[in-house]
Write a protein that binds this ligand. Structure first.
Ligand code: NAD
Length: 393
């Protein structure tokens, strides 16, 4: 039976009085890498380091695999697939009280699944970015959604700066040339530039976007811009000398480099589409480590192929894992470069995994002990959005 305290801040205080709670963790198979590297905490093998801790308190830890995995009898997991009617997810979501997922190999909690999840009270995202949960359905069903805010924001900001540099400096084709055994400097240098003197702008100037701006300061860019419905405090924008541009088309038309650092929600899905790409400076570079679906897949590929943009880089895809024939794997600019795509790992360095595993445990512990949650981690509270980052409401 679920109890709800009568406190004014009941967002933080839903709990069950049954002693054993079912915690379902939909994780991915890390294979030999996870067996050999215990710091790969976000895998089914290493279970975020919480299985024994949870079981010692009499709770049930159910480890569910992602759909991309094949069953292995040598690992302690209960079933095969993330999705589909016979999947772990579908089977155990019915009884689970807590669901843990990661954004890297997400378990997609659709409204259909929310409706089957009669006991579900809490979703924890081990990481940052909870768009794989139908947040509106969670609001409607009074399921709380928390993430480990801040846990990997430095990891991503560093990846963004690296991605900007590798596009602007035309790094990937240069390295591929070396591996091929060739040496033709002019083929690379004809499309290589300095970041100094360029205009760089971020869509979203929250934890990651702001850290990107901070890290760009020493590069002596011509200007740093941001587009966000939430203006930065004056002291923060002054510290990095960033200027806010309120119209998105005007914003992109001023940028040599655009980096996307906002959450995926109704207001950002397909935000960078064919129409907006027409307003980019010809030959601009676009870096998206936020969420793949913020950029229209085909429009980006077409803009890159035509040279309207010179490069696209990031680690997030509209579907994860990305299908083998996903156009973003192989798309190129007219000179054969401009692709800096990698799998979703910028926010899951080993340093980040330690932080988000610790944060997941702390959220779980607060829940199990009926203690208040840190406000910054609450995306959806009881029946309402608590975060202002998932759209203007
Ligand atoms: P944050 O909440 O600190 O900042 C998000 C910012 O985006 C906020 O300032 C918000 O006002 C702004 N925003 C929201 N909608 C907007 C819109 N329509 N236009 C402009 N700005 C808008 O979040 P964060 O920690 O900076 O993370 C941002 C996102 O990055 C996450 O939601 C997640 O999707 C992604 N992320 C990716 C990885 C990765 O591994 N690739 C890791 C962590 C986070």
């Amino acid at each position: 039976m679920t109890l709800q305290t009568g406190s004014s801040d009941d967002t933080l205080s839903t709990f069950s009085n049954s002693s054993s709670r079912a915690v379902l963790a939909i994780l991915y198979e890390g294979g030999d890498a996870a067996v050999n590297e215990p710091r790969l905490l976000g895998t089914i093998e290493n279970k975020l380091g919480i299985k024994e801790w949870l079981e010692a308190q009499g709770h049930e830890f159910i480890g569910g695999l992602n759909s991309c995995c094949t069953y292995r009898s040598d690992i302690d997991c209960v079933a095969l697939y993330k999705e589909g009617p016979d999947s772990d997810f579908q089977k155990h979501i019915v009884d689970a009280e807590v669901l843990i997922t990661t954004p890297f190999h997400p378990g997609y909690l659709t409204r259909d699944l929310v409706e089957k999840a009669k006991n579900l009270k809490l979703c924890i995202t081990a990481g940052v970015g909870s768009d794989h949960i139908d947040l509106n359905a969670a609001v409607d069903h009074r399921i709380q959604v928390l993430e480990v805010s801040g846990s990997n924001v430095v990891s991503v900001a560093e990846h963004v700066v690296m991605s900007i540099l590798l596009l602007v400096r035309n790094f990937v084709p240069a390295h591929e040339m070396i591996e091929r055994g060739d040496w033709m400097v002019s083929d690379i240098a004809r499309n290589a530039f300095d970041l100094e003197g360029k205009v760089v702008g971020t869509i979203g100037a929250g934890r990651i976007g702001y850290r990107v701006l901070q890290r760009l300061v020493p590069f002596d860019c011509k200007e740093l811009l941001y587009y966000d419905y939430a203006p930065l405090p004056a002291a923060a924008s002054d510290a990095v000398k960033a200027r806010r541009v309120e119209d998105l088309k005007e914003f992109v038309s001023q940028c040599d480099v655009v980096t996307v650092n906002c959450p995926l929600h109704e207001g950002t899905r397909g935000l960078v589409n064919a129409e907006l790409l027409k307003h980019f400076k010809k030959g601009a570079w676009l870096v998206n480590t936020a969420r793949g679906a913020i950029c229209d897949k085909d429009a980006v590929a077409a803009a890159l192929a035509s040279g309207q943009i010179s490069g696209y880089s990031g680690d997030v895809w509209n579907v994860q894992p990305a299908p083998k024939d996903h156009v973003w794997r192989t798309m190129k600019n007219p000179l054969g470069g401009g692709n800096g795509m990698v799998p979703h790992y910028s926010g899951t360095t080993l340093d980040a995994q330690a932080r988000y595993a610790k944060g997941t445990k702390s959220i779980l512990q607060n829940y199990l002990e009926n203690k208040p949650q840190e406000a910054q981690n609450i995306i959806v509270g009881l029946g309402k959005y608590e975060s202002k980052a998932y759209g203007q409401r």
